[in-house]
Design a protein. Structure first.
Length: 531
């Protein structure tokens, strides 16, 4: 069809250049009406042919300039040739869309890339009151910066209006941080890969605007934060995540583009840790007292019956580890900067809780020497002035009522439950230690990265080693003592079980019959069933 139509070109006064321009113009108009991206791709090809066409001869040049039309802009009319008019119309449309590309292309990133290709083919509009279109790199780079500033400001305004109209019961600063983070992610993942060829610093411009806007609204909240309420925790966490994410995008773009002369190479980070540090420490201290009191009450109610047929440990120790694990999850789940003092306070909770539990278990036991009978007469030979051997019957100690009451509770099954409980502690404490170590390892790199963004100084290897050694010492001291204590108490329970079996539970069947009757009546075979 095109070959047939070309036959009429000489009659209609159409050249290849004019045809490509008109054809591209029609394709752009159809894209505006249909939103079909393929049309825009073909339009870009047509305009590239127009721009790359060889210079017309003198007569064609005069002819192209003779085809004029009037263009109305800002209330006044300007006279332009047809090619200028087409380019200006399309350039104005592209300029309008790109000044708020977050609105027009946030959900259609493929169209954004095509519109940028179209604007690049015809040139970026340098102003709104003239028809001049330049294709120089400097002009387009400055234009991209202008697009980024205008579009990000418009996106921020829409986010702010949405939050004002929101009826959610979440703090507005939390909603704002989450929405701004989404804007930043779109900027980095969708728009910056296209913009970078004209303006490598465009992502830094957008990040700074987002960071500054939120920081201006956060500062008053930080001044009033004094306790770890639900609002304080959620706002500080959201602000810290936003600050960390914006810093990551900023630094990654800075390193990738190797921008050496950007006026502000580092962000002024929010001072979250200065506010959250003391508040978190107060929260941990409050948890310390609460957990210790809860552990004491749990042990007072413990009847030392097995948790189930397959779980033979006491129910109280399961609850103790549950509340400790919940505390660990709450601390590291705050998404707030943590320091080694917070880790130390957390490990102090673990130590004093489990140590207090073990000490109460130990205090419930009875010393084995209360169960031993008096030594028989044959073993109590002492030299006196007048040697006298007097045969007496076995003597038995009178046990204190308090000890007797405790012995009634310390039956063999309940002692075995205590032993199973100590073994459960040995097993669970290893899992708890690994969980805290892993959580700290996740938190620590983000802290190091934040510090590096604030002050790009060289971190000495000795400083890193000192930190790791201090952490290892904290873990080693805390958990080794608990393991050793549990082991020692377990040995005492084993000793008590053996002593109680022989000298208390079997005293009537075995012990009281010693040295009574003849030899045959005291043979061990007679007592084996009782053993």
């Amino acid at each position: 069809m095109l070959s047939l139509i070309k036959v009429t070109w000489s009659t209609l006064g159409i050249t290849h250049k004019l045809h490509n321009a008109l054809y591209g113009w029609v394709l752009v108009q159809q894209f505006v009406h249909t939103d079909e991206g393929t049309l825009l791709e073909h339009a870009v090809l047509q305009f590239k042919r127009v721009v790359s066409a060889e210079e017309d001869d003198y007569n064609e040049g005069l002819y192209m300039k003779s085809i004029t039309c009037l263009k109305e802009m800002n209330g006044s009319q300007t006279k332009q040739n047809l090619l200028q008019s087409i380019f200006l119309s399309i350039g104005t449309w592209c300029d309008n869309k790109l000044h708020d590309y977050h609105l027009h292309f946030g959900e259609k990133p493929a169209h954004f890339r095509k519109v940028m290709a179209l604007a690049s083919a015809i040139g970026f509009l340098t102003s709104n009151d003239c028809a001049e279109i330049k294709l120089t790199v400097d002009t387009s780079g400055q234009k991209i910066k202008n697009y980024v500033e205008r579009s990000v400001e418009a996106a921020i305004g829409r986010v702010a209006n949405t939050i004002l109209e929101s009826k959610e019961k979440i703090h507005p600063l939390v909603l704002l941080a989450n929405q701004l983070r989404l804007v930043a992610e779109k900027e980095f993942n969708i728009f910056f890969p296209v913009f970078r060829q004209w303006s490598p610093v465009s992502i830094m411009i957008s990040v700074q605007k987002l960071h500054q806007f939120y920081g201006e609204r956060l500062i008053s909240f930080l001044k009033g934060a004094s306790s770890l309420s639900e609002d304080t925790r959620s706002v500080l966490s959201a602000a810290y995540v936003l600050d960390h994410e914006l810093g990551r995008l900023y630094t990654s773009a800075l390193e990738e583009q190797k921008v050496k002369h950007f006026p502000r190479p580092y962000l002024d980070h929010y001072q979250i840790e200065k506010v959250s540090g003391p508040i978190i420490l107060d929260w941990v201290i409050g948890q310390h007292a609460h957990i210790l009191e809860w552990t004491r009450r749990a042990l007072e109610l413990e009847d030392w019956e097995p948790l189930s047929f397959h779980q033979r440990q006491a129910a109280s120790i399961v609850e103790v580890f549950r509340i400790l694990e919940e505390t660990v999850d709450q601390l590291f789940g705050m998404n707030l900067p943590l320091e080694i003092t917070h880790l130390q306070a957390l490990l102090s909770i673990v130590f004093h809780t489990l140590d207090g539990y073990l000490q109460r278990v130990l205090n419930q036991l009875v010393e084995t020497n209360h169960l031993y009978p008096s030594a028989p007469p044959l073993t109590r030979y002492t030299e006196t002035i007048i040697p006298l051997i007097k045969k007496r019957l076995n003597e038995y100690k009178i046990i204190d009522d308090n000890v007797l009451d405790r012995l009634k509770e310390l039956t063999i099954p309940k002692l075995c439950i205590r032993l199973n409980t100590l073994q459960y502690i040995q097993k669970q404490i290893g899992q708890l230690e690994d969980g805290i170590r892993n959580s700290w390892a996740v938190v620590r790199p983000s802290l190091d990265q934040t510090m590096a963004e604030k002050e790009p100084v060289e971190i000495l290897e000795s400083d890193s080693l000192t930190h790791h050694e201090a952490v290892d010492e904290l873990f080693g001291t805390t958990f080794s003592i608990i393991r050793d204590t549990a082991k020692d108490i377990g040995q005492k329970i084993c000793d008590l079980i053996g002593t109680r079996v022989v000298f208390w539970d079997l005293r009537d069947e075995f012990l009281y019959h010693l040295y009574r009757g003849n030899v045959e009546s005291t043979r061990l075979e007679n007592f084996l069933p009782d053993f």
